[in-house]
Design a binder for this molecule. Structure first.
Ligand code: SAM
Ligand code: SF4
Length: 467
């Protein structure tokens, strides 16, 4: 297959940044007027939003992003937990605690029983969506290990509807044939981050191992789509190179996939480097991103790719995370551990096998409670993926506003289940208040009627009820 990396033209990105520097007020205003119509923006327009430095312009950008976020996603926010399966890795990424040259890391790979133990703990907390995370290793990240792990997770069933309903994976790049194989395992999103689109920086921070091949990494998503995976997640690791360059490159990558395959990324993740054991670029990131810059990145992506989900991880502290959600985040992780076996060992906080330090250590119940206090509507919905509303079909429905009709009712149903089965008294009170408020937003009388009867079914003990 003849795939080219020409779509990522560094000179073109630098030129877009140069042309966009110090934009006028009317220029920014015009771009925001277009952005709020939810048609998306070009990379050059996005560059203007990233380069505008005036505080008044910045506030206008944030305001527009909040508007688009609210209009497309409403108050909903989807929650998931990462599950780290193995920290064996043959790569040497200078920012990661799992790097091969970190001899102080205690290496572990979970077997089927250990995976299922972790899954039971997560189910007991109320999780329904997991992201499985792998190092890169011939024994513990190969296709057989991935198959065993996905199956092990789906096989745990603690009672009617008490199971993981969607497994996403974050793993090393695969070949087209391997993607085709993984596609048969019933995964949701295949996620992999470019880390940095800047070739020279990429080379520096990936000194050895298969990951040092920039072109191979850059074409990961092309291969995934060629292999039939229609739900992909992308991102960069902010802190390695200029955040504006990285954001524009992410946009160009995403638009290239959309042009070529009619499928853009389902999600873009926005991780920032966090401290990690024996990882020099995690202790001192080469291009640190301030909170203010980070908020601008989220706002610019939201306005440029309005229908692409955006994921924020536990890498951010609770207070800041709350602020950023309103600018465009649609999914967050909660109650996370980044070491294989970490949920079982949470009580002892085993810092020698974790990938990086986590700042938001709140439990799922606490995160749910704080989301309700912010007026947000937690969701654990997995309906689209389970009824095949993915890839091109998902995008078509999202753009026509159709998705909206089902997303809110499904968020209400999955959150109601959580309140019934797992919530503290405090969260239940706050949650029922939010549900009552959000019911008023369901404007189709037929859906409202059906929603009311499904809620009653949940109260009577039925689980896994969705539209
Ligand atoms: N090993 C696979 C890979 O590198 O693609 C997948 C798993 S890796 C553990 C998942 C992601 O963690 C990486 O893509 C990277 O962006 C992120 N990561 C690594 N070190 C980090 C750090 N110190 N702080 C925050 N995120 C980090
Ligand atoms: Fe390995 Fe991934 Fe960590 Fe790099 S980021 S050292 S490939 S686990």
């Amino acid at each position: 297959m003849n795939l080219s990396t020409d779509f990522l033209d560094e000179a073109r990105i630098h030129e877009a940044m140069r042309k966009a520097s110090d934009p006028s007020h009317p220029e920014v205003r015009d771009i925001l007027d277009k952005a709020v119509t939810e048609v998306g923006l070009t990379p050059d327009e996005c560059a203007v939003l990233l380069m505008a430095d005036d505080p008044e312009q910045e506030e206008q950008i944030f305001e527009a992003a909040r508007r688009v976020k609210e209009s497309i996603y409403g108050k909903r926010i989807v929650l998931f937990a990462p599950l780290y399966l193995s920290n064996y890795c043959v790569n040497n990424c200078t920012y990661c605690g799992f790097r091969v040259s970190n001899t102080e890391l205690e290496r572990r790979a979970l077997d089927k029983e250990m995976i299922q133990q972790e899954v039971k703990i997560l189910l007991d907390q109320g999780h329904k969506r997991l992201l499985l995370v792998f190092g890169e290793h011939p024994d513990y990240a190969n296709i057989e290990y991935i198959r065993m792990a996905v199956k092990a997770v789906y096989d745990v069933n603690q009672g009617e509807g008490i199971n993981i309903r969607r497994v996403n994976i974050n793993a090393a790049p695969l070949s087209v044939e391997e993607f085709a194989e993984v596609n048969t395992y019933g995964i949701g999103t295949f996620q992999s981050f470019q880390e940095t689109y800047h070739r020279e920086t990429y080379k520096k921070v990936h000194p050895s191992g298969p990951k040092s091949d920039y072109d191979n990494r850059l074409l990961t998503m092309h291969r995934a789509l060629e292999g039939g995976i229609d739900d992909i997640g992308m991102g960069v690791l902010y802190g390695l190179y200029d955040h504006r360059f990285e954001t524009l490159a992410t946009i160009m990558h995403s638009q290239e996939l959309d042009r070529r395959y009619n499928i853009g990324p389902h999600t873009i993740s926005v991780p920032r480097i966090e401290p990690a054991l024996n990882a020099p670029d995690a202790v001192q990131p080469p291009a640190p991103v301030s909170d203010r810059e980070f908020k601008r990145i989220v706002a610019a992506i939201r306005l440029t790719l309005p229908y692409t989900g955006m994921i924020l991880s536990t890498r951010e502290n609770a207070e800041f995370r709350d602020e950023v959600i309103r600018l465009g985040i649609s999914q967050i992780s909660a109650g996370s551990r980044t070491n294989p076996g970490g949920y079982k060992e949470a009580i002892e906080h085993d810092e020698y096998s974790e990938q990086f330090t986590i700042y938001d250590t709140r439990s799922l119940d606490e995160v749910m409670h704080s989301l309700c206090e912010m007026g947000l509507m937690p969701s654990m919905c997995t309906a689209c993926y389970r009824i095949g509303r993915t890839g091109e079909k998902f995008m078509e429905e999202a753009k026509s506003g159709h998705i909206h009709t089902y997303c809110l009712p499904n968020a209400i149903l999955t959150f109601r289940e959580f309140l019934e089965d797992y919530a503290s008294e405090e969260t239940k009170r706050a949650g029922l208040r939010i549900i009552a408020e959000q019911m008023k937003e369901v404007d189709d009388p037929r859906i409202l009627k059906s929603l009311l009867s499904k809620l009653e079914e949940i109260e009577q003990g039925k689980r896994d009820v969705f539209f």
